[in-house]
Design a protein around this ligand. Structure first.
Ligand code: NAP
Ligand code: ZN
Ligand code: ZN
Length: 351
């Protein structure tokens, strides 16, 4: 074990501040990574405030958040074959899984039935708490490490590891492409990647945002249409219109309103994770044989496919790079939807 500097929250809803903890030395199959950048996902805010306590095991504090981790390999274990010192790599939302259940075997490690080992606020196979990317280094098994695009800036690619894959996976799974009308609800970190990716996949893309404030950005990111959900007419005008809606909203919203925007056989995929249940009426689904679905990040194989797709199409995130000392301020700005469109921490500021 050796000392690692990071930022942690000591208890639920407390401010983040400097904290030192221990990381393991690289084992035979491990890669040690110097973290250069880490994105700030809205999930980091939910987790450090313990907003998901109804849905998951007891949170572990102090908590070092961060699961959009991009950096450089500094050491490899003796049996590592995929990476070398100096490679540009990433770690996303999980660092291990059982590797033997049917889901793991299919590359769906994020749905491991034994238990996905999340990058932070979890325990590894030895029962040691995992600590995330708001820190100087991380050690992970090479099979859970991703290769980052060579042709794109590393800071702008870090959020692909959660925001990117969380939208890519459902867009692919539900067939977003030419001839499909896709709506992205909420133009935040996830939503802005949804627009870029759905556009690159060839779909007709609409954004449904609180207001028209981000309209020019939406169009620049690749949206064909942009609507304000504060305008009641949006919901009458677009009734029955979409094949696929991806809902990224982090707060409680009335899902019925959005389900009514689906055409026959349309699907709304929920990826936003509000802290409370949202009731819906059976009628919202029976009318039009509609589906309500959910999706959670993506497996390692699909995440690599997404990174390669982004490299090919030159897609990265729109980021605002901040020093780690500004993390608490950044959280407040995310909560006010005042970020264009993802904060990324420059880990050099930790030194
Ligand atoms: P974000 O950057 O804060 O974006 C969320 C967007 O939702 C905001 O930009 C805003 O868009 C909209 N919004 C926020 N509050 C709203 C309200 N009260 N009413 C209506 N719209 C509202 O967050 P993010 O990082 O993209 O994450 C979004 C959600 O997805 C979070 O709950 C996060 O935990 C979850 N998440 C899920 C997965 C998964 O695997 N399923 C992965 C990562 C994150 P407009 O300003 O355009 O209205
Ligand atoms: Zn995330
Ligand atoms: Zn498994």
């Amino acid at each position: 074990m050796s000392k690692c500097k990071g930022y942690a929250t000591p208890a639920a809803k407390a401010q983040l501040g400097p904290w030192e903890f221990q990381r393991r030395e690289p084992r035979e199959h491990d890669v040690a990574i110097e973290i250069k950048y880490c994105g700030i996902c809205h999930s980091d805010i939910h987790q450090t405030r313990d907003e998901w306590s109804e849905y998951q095991e007891e949170a572990i504090f102090p908590m070092v958040p961060g699961h959009e981790i991009a950096g450089i390999v500094t050491a490899v274990g003796k049996n590592v074959t995929k990476y070398r010192i100096g490679d540009k790599v990433g770690v996303g939302c999980f660092v291990d899984s059982c590797r033997t259940c049917p889901e793991c075997k299919q590359g769906l490690e994020q749905y491991c039935t034994v238990g996905t080992i999340w990058t932070y606020n979890a325990r590894d196979k030895e029962g040691v708490p995992t600590y995330g990317g708001y820190s100087e280094r991380i050690v992970a098994d090479e099979n859970y490490v991703l290769r980052m695009p060579e042709n794109l800036p590393l800071d702008a690619c870090a959020p692909l590891l959660c925001a990117g894959i969380t939208l890519y996976s459902p867009l692919k799974h539900w067939g977003a492409g030419p001839g499909k009308k896709v709506a992205i609800v909420g133009l935040g970190g996830l939503g802005h990647m949804g627009v870029k990716l759905a556009h690159a996949l060839g779909a007709e893309v609409s954004v449904l945002s609180h207001s028209l404030k981000k309209q020019a950005d939406g169009k620049r990111l690749g949206a064909d249409h942009f609507y304000a959900t504060s305008d009641a007419e949006t919901f009458t005008k677009l009734a029955g219109h979409f094949d696929l809606i991806i809902n990224t909203v982090s707060a409680l919203v009335d899902w019925k309103q959005y389900l009514d925007l689906l055409g026959v056989d349309g699907t709304m995929v929920v990826v936003g994770l509000p802290e409370k249940d949202i009731p819906i009426a059976a009628f919202s689904l029976t009318a039009g044989r509609r589906s309500l679905a959910g999706s959670q990040i993506g497996g390692i194989r699909e995440t690599q496919e997404m990174l390669d797709f982004c490299s090919k199409h030159k897609i990265a995130c729109d980021v605002e790079v901040v020093p780690i000392q500004k993390v608490n301020e950044a959280y407040e700005r995310v909560l006010k939807s005042d970020v264009r469109y993802r904060f990324v921490i420059d880990m050099a500021s930790l030194k």
